[in-house]
Design a protein around this ligand. Structure first.
Ligand SMILES: [Zn+2]
Length: 137
């Protein structure tokens, strides 16, 4: 894949992710206000740490991954598996342009994390069923 195409893909994804963060932010402010009273007594450093934990979510992680990928693109290490050093397949990069590992390494890593992963899948599956039920009414 051409560097310019990859860059365009990543920037578009970055924009979408930022928009999604903006939408979540409105919801988060409510949660933050509740949490502020709980952490008010903490020292400044600790308070800051607590805030960054509260603000961490999936989108923010994705944004970090996208920024990482853009950096790797500039450095010329984009598309190379961080685990084994092999090239990541184009098909995989098209689906996940910010992928850091090739498919075999990714599944190896995921196996270590299988319980958590399965739980996530279960939640996603249940919400999918709920959506389908609503659609049929
Ligand atoms: Zn690999």
């Amino acid at each position: 894949m051409k560097k310019s195409i990859v860059k365009e893909m990543l920037l578009k994804l970055r924009e979408e992710t930022l928009r999604s963060i903006g939408e979540n932010m409105k919801m988060e402010i409510g949660h933050l206000q509740e949490a502020i009273s709980d952490i008010y007594d903490l020292a400044d450093d600790e308070r800051e740490r607590q805030f960054s934990i509260l603000l961490r979510d999936r989108d923010r992680e994705k944004l970090e991954q996208i920024d990482d990928a853009l950096e790797r693109l500039e450095e010329g290490t984009y598309g190379i598996c961080e685990e084994c050093g092999q090239k990541i397949s184009e098909g995989r990069l098209k689906i996940r342009p910010f992928a850091r590992y090739c498919v075999p390494c990714k599944s190896k890593i995921e196996k270590n994390d299988q319980y958590l992963h399965r739980q996530e899948e279960g939640i996603r599956y249940r919400s999918m069923i709920r959506d389908t039920d609503n659609g049929e009414e």
